[in-house]
Design a protein around this ligand. Sequence first.
Ligand code: CIR
Length: 258
Amino acid sequence: MPSQKALIRRPSPRLAEGLLTHLERTPVDLALALDQWEAYAGALRTHGWETVEAEPADDCPDSVFVEDAVVVFRNVALIGRPGAESRRGETAGVEEAVARLGCSVNWVWEPGTLDGGDVLKVGDTIYVGQGGRTNGAGIQQLRATFEPLGARVVAVPVSKVLHLKSAVTALPDGTIVGYEPLVDTPSLFPRFLAVPEEAGSHVVLLGGGKLLMAASAPKTADLFAGLGLEPVLVDIGEFEKLEGCVTCLSVRLRELYV
Ligand code: CIR
């Protein structure tokens, strides 16, 4: 039976110490963050996803951004090697979780670095951003892992945002949506739709035309609704203060057969 599972990870009590690259630090309300995380997980469940929790990594402030620790294509997981050293402790628990879910496991090795937030899958095409957190050796290892499975890996430069998926994701028909001021080379994408808000460039495909999006992108939600899609908005404001977005709070495992 095909199953739709979403891997999530409970926020660390040290969440407020999370890394910042492009934003100034502002106080994070941990209790509110927990409420927002519960609501995010609830929205996934409401729309047909079984949520599975990775073991919490309380010593790692950024561990709630679980998508950065792994890339899954079909039943094969590639455990990343975070570009930020302070995040390297996050991968062990994620490795254990994806193995438990039935994935075969591969690893990015030194000198490679790879964050899952730099990897956007659109059908059999895997876009990978080369920038602050993912390097050329990591991209080579991604290719070596997934090209034999039929993936086409396309590397794109990322210099204006933290991760590739901080600026581009994809609609159900494969159209890439992005916030143009933060995309290095929009012309690298075959069908590119510019959106009016940075947070509007982050969509999680829930299935059936439904898109999980941040409540901070109302204009983009209207744009997508006009295209016949159904935005489902969640407030993730406390995570946005730490440069997180809807995509990085879960790993969607669409194609597992368990
Ligand atoms: C970090 O800098 O690593 C975290 N504070 C935010 C990670 C967000 N992840 C993502 O965009 N994929």
